[in-house]
Ligand binder design. Structure first.
Ligand SMILES: *Cc1c(COP(=O)(O)O)cnc(C)c1O
Length: 459
């Protein structure tokens, strides 16, 4: 079959964006400021610099620069694996019999297997520039830890990764990749930090959680000389780095005069979705487009669709600053699911604000539903998707089927955030029909909400 346009719409390396796009600059109402947990006043750079690299703090606190130049050292890092392909899903469209055009930006073609490398590179680069020697971080399913291990290997920095204990047991291959790149991987909770010791004392058999691993990583950064902490999602500077996805997609679509009607992404902390939508949402806010934006989250961890828009901590030990975001409460521990990268109680403050103000929609999907969609996708498109990304696939398929019913020829764009090669145990469960859907009850959500701090801003 000859296609009217190529199935892979590449841009050249010369056409790669040289700027990141900060969506906040376009927002009429900005997200609420991050608060110091002690004083409840907006945080200052000096409050954050003991924890984060200086440049990350600067980017985090600057909400007015729309186009941020990407330093040459980071462009050079990006050129090792970018631009990523923008693919026209002709085969999926045919399988669905839809008049819709479906496009996806595939971020899984690098060893870490996901978009996370797009922010890992810049964060390691800035740490090196600042003269730091090592970084610490946490990883849930392992994608962020792997991306950071690659970036630290590239820029010559040490790295300690606190890996949620259940994942380190379930995903030994992830651990092997990180260690091969030179990272030190510690299952969390561990005895290496006070936060870990405290959690272990209260709950010796716990399999750990992302919130708890964050507490350990932050503590390590603060207590180690020339070491800082890096986070792989949620924060504004991470979304900024991920805007490379949207900027590339925009350049590629413009080449063919294509304007998306619907843009979809899975949302854990919101970075791949926030990165993809950045320039397109900017246009919508400026009232130059009427594109719809859909964030898709797991029914087991529904921070958009069932969460609250309040100030909350980013971690279980309540050490981080307070962010106003869609949250299930820092004490919420989602049931184990195969979309490990989406198991976080909170959500990007930028996306939370946009959701609150009606600029984007959100929906939740069950595990069994997203694996059905994943298989349908891989059989037609040939790519094995990550379970996280399959949330976006599910919504793209549903929207395309809606077009089939209505006869509308909409243009759908989604982010295929990663590959599923490290998630084969999930596919094994799917094949064995042992996957279950664990949807929290209202009572379980109440327990999480009870951990939200009772501060005047939340009353
Ligand atoms: C981590 C991860 C996600 C979720 O993170 P966001 O910050 O919401 O993008 C989604 N997909 C993949 C493949 C991931 O590794």
């Amino acid at each position: 079959m000859k296609h009217p346009i190529p199935t892979r719409i590449y841009i050249t390396q010369e056409e790669m964006p040289e700027y990141w796009y900060d969506l906040r600059a376009e927002m009429k109402e900005k997200p609420d400021p991050i608060l110091h947990p002690g004083t409840l006043q907006p945080v200052m750079a000096a409050d954050m610099e003991p924890v984060f690299c200086k440049e990350s703090v600067k980017q985090e606190l600057d909400s007015t620069t729309r186009l941020v130049p990407i330093p040459e050292g980071i462009l050079d890092f990006y050129r090792a694996y970018r631009p990523s392909a923008l693919i026209r899903a002709f085969y999926l469209e045919k399988e669905l019999g839809t008049p819709a055009e479906i496009y996806y930006k595939f971020e899984g073609i690098n060893t870490s297997g996901s978009h996370k490398l797009n922010s890992a590179g810049p964060q390691a680069f800035y740490a090196k520039e600042e003269g730091l020697e090592c970084l610490s971080t946490e990883t849930g399913a392992g994608q962020w830890g792997t991306a950071m291990a690659m970036a630290c290997g590239f820029f010559g920095l040490g790295l300690t990764v606190y890996m949620v204990k259940v994942s380190s047991e379930q995903k030994p291959y992830r651990k092997a990749v990180m260690e091969t790149y030179g990272a030190k991987v510690i299952p969390s909770p561990s005895n290496t930090t006070e936060a870990g010791q405290k959690i272990l004392k209260e709950n010796p058999d716990t399999g750990g959680s992302l919130g708890c691993a964050i507490s350990e990583a932050v503590e390590t950064a603060v207590k180690t000389s020339k070491c800082r902490y890096v986070l792989g999602s949620v924060l504004d500077h991470v979304l900024l780095h991920q805007s490379v996805i949207g900027m590339e997609a925009r350049t590629a679509l413009d080449k063919y005069g294509i304007k998306p009607d619907i843009i979809i992404g899975c949302a854990g902390g919101g970075s791949n979705f926030g990165g993809l939508i950045a320039p397109f949402m900017g246009e919508k806010i400026a009232e130059k487009s009427s594109t719809r934006f859909i964030a898709v989250e797991p029914a087991s961890c529904p921070s958009f669709t069932r969460g609250r828009y309040v100030y909350d901590f980013g971690d279980t030990a309540k050490m981080t600053p307070l962010m106003r975001m869609q949250t299930l409460g820092n004490g919420f521990i989602p049931s184990s699911s195969h979309a490990g990268g989406l198991r976080y109680h909170g959500m990007s403050p930028v996306l939370s604000k946009l959701y609150h103000d009606g600029y984007l929609e959100a929906r939740s999907e069950t595990q069994t539903g997203i694996f059905d969609a994943a298989v349908r996708f891989m059989k037609s498109e040939g790519i094995l998707p990550a379970p996280e990304s399959s949330h976006a696939i599910k919504a793209a398929i549903d929207e395309a089927l809606e077009c089939k019913r209505s006869g509308e020829k909409k243009v759908i764009l989604f982010c295929l955030s990663g590959t599923g090669y490290f998630d084969l145990s999930a596919y094994m469960s799917y094949n064995a029909k042992t996957l279950t859907d664990e949807i929290p009850t209202d009572e379980e959500l109440e327990q999480g909400f009870a951990s939200i701090p009772d501060i005047p801003q939340n009353r």
